[in-house]
Design a protein around this ligand. Structure first.
Ligand code: ZN
Length: 171
């Protein structure tokens, strides 16, 4: 799930899903085929990725994005899941091993995380330039940035500079 959302580095690029070739490489790396992969699939992959990022922003205190909710539901309709029974246990998994299967696998992970309680800890970095998907391991679930050193520091510096400016205005 995280590697799907992080297939683009919002701040520095590149976007692996910018072309169908790039998406095909991502599918190959993750054990899926690029059979019948077309531009509509690529657009759905990007739409789902950005909608999930919106959901991860909600987990980090942002307002509900109902349009993103609808996008996730809409894409999910074309990504059937089936019950997988094996030595490892029973779980929902994708019905196909193509691009629809890959998107389905991501959605299955989302459903699994929502069930086991880890979903609330999956967040998009609050630094707008970054938006990296990260897993909040803090005890009180209060992490706002992907990295305290990088994004946390940037946000705190900005608040500090604003404070200075406002002090200057008053003085
Ligand atoms: Zn960040």
């Amino acid at each position: 799930m995280q590697s799907f959302v992080n297939s683009v580095n919002v701040e520095h690029g590149p976007d692996e899903f910018e072309t169908t070739d790039g998406l095909a490489r991502w599918l190959g790396r993750n054990g899926f085929t690029a059979a019948d992969l077309g531009e509509p699939d690529r657009r759905d992959a990007v739409a789902l990725r950005e909608a999930l990022r919106s959901l991860l922003r909600e987990n980090n205190g942002a307002e509900q994005d109902t349009a993103a909710h609808r996008v996730v539901e809409h894409v999910a309709r074309d990504c059937p899941l089936v019950l997988r029974v094996g030595a490892g246990g029973i779980a929902l998994g994708p019905a196909h091993d193509d691009v629809r299967g890959a998107l389905g696998a991501v959605l299955a992970k989302v459903a699994e995380a929502a069930t086991d309680g880890s979903w609330q800890r999956l967040k998009a970095c609050q630094e707008h330039r970054c938006e990296w998907a990260f897993y909040d391991r803090s005890r009180n679930r209060a992490s706002r940035w992907c990295s305290m050193q990088v994004c946390g520091t940037r946000a705190k510096m900005r608040v500090y500079r604003q404070g200075k400016r406002e002090q200057g205005d008053q003085g």
